[in-house]
Design a protein around this ligand. Structure first.
Ligand code: CA
Length: 227
């Protein structure tokens, strides 16, 4: 298990390393405070996962992400103090797999890194495609067909859709969704569940501001309406 941390705050790097050692005593943490070096290390060190800060002294974390995605699909989690959804969306758009807002709890961090390093997402264990209305999700390939259009999903989005489709027509609680997606339902994770749902809606809903497919049940969770 090798983790590349691209972050210019030495205290955060140290605390990340200590936290990672709780779950992976043998973890090897490689770190740099520079984006340029981060891109190089992503190529030369072949880490299992990358944790990337957006505010770096030499270049923007978004540009680091873009460059890394030119040659690698390594799981990458953005770590940021920026809570604006625009920033988070942009990071996900550029190919980040997940994001965490600093300061981030240890359990949340470990839950998210665990999901990222579970390889091809062992929780989605394959199986036959699931159909619901004009949607079809194939757990083996993690492909979603939506009105005959193929929708690209991140691993996290695939977990969410899989859980909703398995329970189509019923309300799936926030904590159940978080549990199935991250193996944890820490309150911090529920916040990001909302962000991922918003992003999913932008991909599958005809009018994301008035969702017809992923419907919110206020205070409880989400349910999938027949498209
Ligand atoms: Ca920073």
């Amino acid at each position: 298990m090798k983790v590349l941390v691209i972050e210019d705050d030495a205290q955060i790097v140290e605390s990340l390393a200590l936290t990672l050692q709780i779950r992976w005593p043998e973890v090897q943490v490689v770190s740099t405070h520079l984006g340029v070096e981060g891109v190089e290390l992503a190529e030369s060190e072949k880490p299992n996962v990358i944790i990337l800060d957006l505010g770096l002294p030499d270049m923007s974390g978004f540009d680091v992400l873009k460059q890394i995605r030119l040659f690698s699909s390594v799981p990458l989690v953005v770590l940021t103090v920026r809570t604006e959804e625009d920033n988070i969306f942009k990071a996900l758009e550029l190919g980040a797999d997940d994001y965490m807002v600093k300061p981030c709890g240890r359990l949340e961090l470990l839950a998210r890194i665990s999901v990222r390093t579970r390889g091809s997402g062992s929780k989605i264990s394959g199986g036959l495609p699931i159909y619901y209305g004009s949607f079809c999700f194939n757990p083996s390939t993690r492909q979603l067909l939506c009105h005959n259009k193929e929708v690209g999903l991140t691993t996290i989005e695939a977990h969410i859709i899989h859980c909703l489709m398995k329970n189509a027509g019923q309300v799936v609680t926030y904590s159940k969704l978080a549990e199935e997606t991250w193996g944890d339902n820490d309150p911090g994770i529920l916040d990001s569940l909302r962000v991922h749902i918003r992003r999913l809606r932008q991909k599958v809903e005809l009018d994301p501001d008035h969702p017809q497919f992923i419907v919110t049940k206020p205070g409880t969770g989400y349910s999938l309406a027949k498209p």
